[in-house]
Design a protein around this ligand. Structure first.
Ligand SMILES: C=C(O[C@H]1C=CC=C(C(=O)O)[C@@H]1O)C(=O)O
Length: 423
């Protein structure tokens, strides 16, 4: 593998605040991980690799380690996201026909804690001995916006009902305790649409979420699979949902109903337990397990479309581990897979009539310093180069679930991407 990997020259320098970061990314293929205006965006591509199968995350981790070891890095900013950075998106299923990717942009523009920076990356062979004159990428002119509607995908309401009922039968038979069943919605965006419009709308309407765009996968995820800043590990687990109410009274009632719902509390507990188990298993003797804490009770997270039960997990990165070790250990949590994990994933592959591709998989960035932020790719869509859109939304099925309620829950979960596509 080493022979084929390039030697990269990387230069990061601090810059005056450049304003909206999104402007600097590619209009047709934006690369973005932003929350409340801070984060990183990429432009161009100096290196890209794709991975597949059960070892896709482990393979990416091994390649990344080699790429970093061979790179020459000068980082004058020293904040999360500076230095060498790769963006990535991994498929939900090991059996997916879609590519899991890791790519290094030519430029990364970022802002964190009031410090703004630009990183320029090139192949060492191409620059020779000359020093890089690090500059901001040009802002591409604003391109066409579009307004499209999403329509029914292959998972029709009837097929969804059948899949949920079959899941309930298998839960009753003791095959598994929880499984997440999703549905798809499809549309067609004009190929030349400037996709920054879409990302901007997602960020404006859902400021509490992480707006992501990696290799055509775009959305606004409220769920942080795992973040490592320095040696601090953080994750936000969500599971348990009710749509927001139309009036203040209805909304307060929805909030109270979610907090008191045994069905949603059970669904949430499976997700938290699976995350704690995965992180704990990674560390047999080090400091992660001893320092691992989760919210004692889930809290109520308000998004414009839904209420969620949420728990935050905190820990310390075990020595020798990288964020991609944590991503591999955690994916998929029971918030998007089920319990027990292996049986639930097999059931998803069998009961859903589509390939989830990167929906519900990890999407994010990793830096040479070991920092990174990986969300679960929810509330979004795969948008192909020709503009074909496939959006997905799912819900956790436990013994007390109801097929009509589960279908109703997918509507508000599709709303972020559906509304952003409507313009
Ligand atoms: C699977 C999705 O959401 C997950 C995250 C939060 C709440 C969920 C739920 O209540 O079912 C899901 O576990 C989705 O948005 O497609």
């Amino acid at each position: 593998m080493t022979a084929k990997l390039p030697h990269l020259r990387v230069r990061t320098r601090r810059i005056d605040d450049p304003g909206e970061l999104l402007r600097f990314t590619d209009p047709l293929s934006p690369t973005v991980m932003l929350r409340r205006g801070d984060g990183v965006v990429g432009r161009g591509c100096v290196w890209r690799a794709s991975f597949s199968g059960p070892s896709r995350i482990a393979d990416a981790r091994a390649v990344w380690r080699e790429l970093v070891a061979a790179a020459e890095i000068t980082d004058d900013a020293q904040v999360p996201g500076s230095g060498l950075v790769a963006f990535g998106a991994f498929t939900f299923s090991a059996a997916s026909g879609a590519a899991s990717v890791l790519s290094v942009p030519e430029f990364v523009v970022g802002r964190r804690g009031g410090v703004a920076f630009v990183t320029q990356i090139c192949l060492l062979d191409e620059v020779g001995r000359a020093d890089l004159d690090v500059h901001l990428p040009e802002v591409a002119a604003v391109g066409a916006d579009a307004s499209i509607e999403l329509g029914e995908g292959v998972m029709t309401r009837e097929r969804h009902r059948t899949a949920v009922d079959e899941s309930l039968a298998r839960i009753a038979a003791g095959e598994f305790e929880k499984v997440v069943i999703a549905r798809d919605a499809v549309g067609q965006l004009p190929a030349r649409t400037d996709r920054r419009h879409l990302v901007r709308r997602l960020a404006a309407i859902y400021p509490e979420t992480w707006t992501y765009a990696v290799d055509g996968l775009v959305g606004a995820s409220p769920e942080m699979l795992v973040r490592v800043l320095g040696r601090e590990v953080a994750a936000r687990v969500l599971a348990g949902t009710l749509p927001r109410g139309a009036t203040d009274a209805a909304d307060a009632a929805a909030r109270a109903a979610l907090a008191a719902s045994p069905k949603n509390q059970v669904e949430h507990r499976y997700a938290v337990e699976s995350a704690l188990r995965s992180l704990g298993a990674l560390d047999s003797h080090d400091d992660l397990q001893s320092g691992l804490t989760a919210s004692p009770e889930p809290f109520l997270l308000a998004l414009p479309n839904v209420w969620h039960l949420a728990s935050d997990i905190r820990g310390t990165l075990p020595s020798g581990a990288s964020i991609l070790d944590l991503v591999e250990a955690l994916h998929p949590t029971a918030a998007v897979g089920g319990t027990p994990r292996g049986i639930a994933i097999a059931a998803i592959d069998e009961l859903e009539p589509f390939d989830r591709r990167r929906y519900a998989g990890p999407a994010g960035w990793v830096s040479s310093a070991g920092d990174g932020e990986w969300v679960i790719a929810l509330r979004g869509a795969e948008i192909d180069a020709d503009g074909a859109v496939t959006a997905f939304a799912g819900g956790g099925i436990v013994a007390s679930s109801d097929a009509d309620d589960e279908w109703a829950e997918t509507g508000p979960k599709l709303a972020p991407i559906a509304d952003a596509l409507r313009g």
